[in-house]
Design a binder for this molecule. Sequence first.
Ligand code: ADP
Ligand code: MG
Length: 454
Amino acid sequence: MTEEKWGQLRDRLLKTVGGNNYKTWIAPLEFSKIEDGVALFNVPTNFMGNYVSQNFADLILYELNSSGESVQRVAFKVAANKTARPAQSNAAVPARPASARSSAIAETLAAAPLDPRFTFDTFVVGKPNELAHAAARRVSEGGPVTFNPLVLYGGVGLGKTHLMHAIAWELRARNPELNVLYLSAEQFMYRFVQALRDRKMMDFKHLFRSVDVLMVDDVQFIAGKDSTQEEFFHTFNALVDQNKQIIISADRAPGEIKDLEDRVKSRLQCGLVVDLHPTDYELRLGILQTKVQLHQAAYPDLQIADGVLEFLAHRISTNVRVLEGALTRLFAFASLVGREIDMELTQDCLADVLRASERKITVEEIQRKVSDYYNIRLSDIIGPKRLRSYARPRQVAMYLCKQLTSRSLPEIGRRFGGRDHTTIMHGVRRIEELKVTDGQIAEDVEMLRRALEA
Ligand code: ADP
Ligand code: MG
């Protein structure tokens, strides 16, 4: 990070922490370096290092990462030559008045609003999310707490936030008295940092310990942010002790969140942990059909040609948000040009999205999947062993490489331990034949193809 960038970052910190804090705690920090994901700062005294570390480290970390640095931790060190420095040199940076505080942080402190579109009614249930949906439904009924916490995890755009909002809506509808607090882990951190800054930790603790239901979205955000994690841990325990429901979401299984403290992990794992699997074709089609109805309410004259939704569900498999965006664009475009939404319009209007979602399957990926599937080592897929139990999976892998990648036969050969292209050709043909005569092989190939294309 350059001096200049650190300068800009400090300006942002000034806005967040206010002039007094800035002058006392931030201005004296001297940026040293970023190494192995740790941003190192020199501080004049140990005391200052500790204080900044406890009170502002999370915020600094946040600013660093949002300015494009990739930092997991910040550390403070008393630089040997700095300790002798005269005290007034610390005050060299002129402080702006406290009124320069950004309103951004104030905004994040408002209760996180619930999206009125994210209800159970609009949530489409399919195989990949049925368990998560059932668990969410159960929790949303209120009643005695049976599993605590409920942890929903899964990749981006698979409906975690949607489900959490749906739970909150439902709980509130059933019991308006209930104190349901929904917020992202990032907002939790903000509130925490602000409470520290304003010396309002008692209020903070009181607020979080007096809710009936606490919902924290994207909990992976607090990984590596030590003081926030610690506070989260205490809040969590206090609520569990009072038998209050907690609902958490994360982008991966709790055990797999790097830099999340073990005690936090194990707390999360104590409840019911359910995952949202990547969408399958049927679910995507179902979601599209539901969303089309919503769009058609706004554009009653627009028609969708047969096959368009199927095409989209097949081609855009990344995440539901992208799928929705595509549909919105189609409707807007079609209404502008006054045309039916047919394949041609779809291809024109969504060329970039379609290109971006073309998934490129690699030879290595295929080799890995095939070796997993047949329970043999990757080296045996690539290596020279001629045993049938290796040779057949190897040929399956060759076949899939030919089918699913744009690699030429010699290129594939090179990636199979330098085999000749005629060997690859032979393998591909062999599997083509076997697919007709051997039901097991046909099934294996089909399963693998689906897994690779998912
Ligand atoms: P996440 O929080 O998991 O990243 P979101 O809940 O924000 O994902 O979902 C992204 C978008 O996809 C939202 O607009 C949401 O309504 C929609 N979505 C995801 N899954 C479904 C589903 N099963 N049914 C209807 N809409 C869905
Ligand atoms: Mg989300």
